[in-house]
Write a protein that binds this ligand. Structure first.
Ligand code: GLN
Length: 489
């Protein structure tokens, strides 16, 4: 068997029992990546030498960590000491961070191995990974299509078996949407659950790191390791972290599921809608009680997000001025140096967001845009609170359509509409997960989003674990690999 077929849980068990060497795993992944990544282009930077060195160290250890031998890819907006971190931007093209993000530290403490840094939309702004300053990543299920974004490199790496699992970041859907497009599991934890220390800031009140995995169990295992209080992140929560893996088989106490009213699904792809209704039917057969939720503000979440996120981005990205770090274009005056550095360094989507955000925050417009969006955010958050008094989980499609073709969506507003189902949970700070829920007629993966109560990731994982089993929501990774083999022949 090709070792890259082992999922995270299986591989770690074998390494911990001494039946498999971490080194053998790393070698298998290097070989697989070298043969396939020319087509997929999931990675911006490989970390092969260091990965091999780490594997040999781990193989020598008598007592191994919870993730011994786990081969993990990291989105390139999460900083890694001594390993180039670009945010897929010209501005940080040669940036070598002097320290590790907390999540990276936690992974390595448990003996995970970082195999490389994955592609993304520049500074995580986008839904297709086409906004990378370097190259787009391709969807492993159909190389003409996008993998989704902004964590497209991470999702594609997991789907193409170029990593056992990956970390992404989700500000408005960037873990869940690419997970749906690539047929993998993607979790956005509750805001504050996972430390943002070392995650390059896009919109700080929304950003959250989450895992992309082949199975729900793998997601539980990774989430457990990366979660928990971190004094270096002022918004990190001290809520205790339960053992998500041990809880997976727990019996569900309640069986009430909220669904969106049909009017909220108007205009979405027909096959996505059919797949969603089929999931609802299956849940009913399994004895779940389905309640329709009104969510009067659902459609206001998108405009609200596209005021708040660019506003925060405009402030966060002010630090890339050619003085502190990253690119600097020399000029005759300081003002000209700022201007030239930022003109050359940022791509057009990033510039659009900075302009939008600066406008929304400027005096005279602040009340009309930012303050109003902040009030709308409160209303949306309240609607979730009300909903969770009646139901335990809320389900929606993850995306309005399956993966689209590269270059197909040119207009920014159409691209923003991709986030229709995902931004609400981000604004409310509640946890949400996308799991594979089937295929379109042309064999493109589709995703089901399940949203849960804050800090109850254990219940959320418990529920989707059941779905994965009972509904045979398998991600059919083996199918993906069959497809790639055909390509290779
Ligand atoms: N697509 C959304 C955006 O462009 C979400 C991005 C994200 O979650 N990082 O802002």
């Amino acid at each position: 068997m090709n070792l890259v077929n082992l999922n995270l849980t299986e591989a770690v068990e074998l390494v911990k029992r001494g039946e498999l060497l971490a080194e053998e795993l790393v070698l298998a992944y290097i070989k697989h990546i070298e043969s396939l990544d020319k087509q997929i282009k999931a990675y911006l930077t490989y970390n092969f030498d260091r990965a091999l060195e780490r594997a040999r160290e781990i193989d020598q250890k008598p007592a191994k960590g919870k993730l011994a031998g786990a081969i993990i890819a990291i989105k390139d907006n999460i900083i890694t000491k001594g390993l180039r971190t670009t945010c897929a931007s010209r501005l940080l093209e040669n940036f070598i961070p002097p320290y590790d993000a907390t999540v990276v530290e936690r992974l390595e403490t448990e003996d995970a191995i970082i195999i490389g840094k994955t592609n993304l939309d520049e500074f995580a702004m986008g839904s297709s990974t086409e906004n990378s300053a370097f190259f787009p990543t391709r969807n492993p299920w159909d190389l003409e299509r996008v993998p989704g974004g902004s964590s497209g490199g991470s999702a594609a790496a997991v789907a193409a078996l170029e990593a056992m699992a990956a970390l992404g970041s989700d500000t408005g859907g960037s873990v869940r949407q690419p997970a749906a497009f690539c047929g993998v599991v993607g979790l956005k934890p509750t805001y504050g659950r996972v430390s943002r220390y070392g995650l390059v800031a896009f919109a700080s009140s929304l950003d959250q790191i989450g895992p992309l995995t082949r199975t729900v169990k793998d997601s539980a295992l990774l989430t457990r390791v990366i979660s928990g209080f971190d004094r270096r992140d002022a918004t990190s929560s001290s809520e205790p972290v339960p053992d998500y893996v041990a809880n997976l088989d727990a019996k569900l106490e309640s069986k009430k599921i909220g669904v969106l009213k049909e009017s909220k699904l108007k205009g979405i792809n027909k096959e996505v809608a059919a797949n969603y209704f089929a999931s609802v039917e299956k849940l009913k057969e399994l004895g779940f009680e389905i309640k329709e939720m009104s969510f009067p503000s659902w459609e206001y979440a998108l405009p609200c997000y596209y005021v708040i996120a660019p506003s925060e981005a405009s402030s966060n990205l002010a630090r890339y001025d050619g003085v502190r770090y990253g690119l600097r274009v020399e000029a005759n005056s300081l003002a000209e140096m700022y201007l030239k550095t930022r003109t050359v360094g940022f791509g057009s989507e990033v510039k659009r967001r900075i302009l939008l955000g600066t406008f929304a925050l400027s005096s005279g417009y602040y009340e009309a845009y930012y303050a109003k969006a902040s009030r709308a955010r409160q209303v949306i958050t309240q609607e979730f609170k009300t909903a969770f008094e009646k139901v335990d989980f809320i389900i929606t499609p993850t995306t309005p359509g399956p993966a689209f073709k590269l270059g197909e969506i040119q207009d920014p507003i159409s691209m923003y509409l991709q986030d229709y189902f995902t931004v609400s949970a981000s604004l409310a700070g509640v946890p949400a997960i996308s799991i594979p829920s089937g295929f379109s007629s042309d064999r493109l993966p589709l995703g089901l989003q399940v949203i849960g109560r804050p800090f109850l990731e254990d219940k959320l994982l418990n529920f989707v674990f059941l779905l994965e089993k009972k509904l045979e929501f398998k991600n059919n990774i083996s199918e993906t690999i069959k497809y790639q083999r055909k390509e290779e022949e």
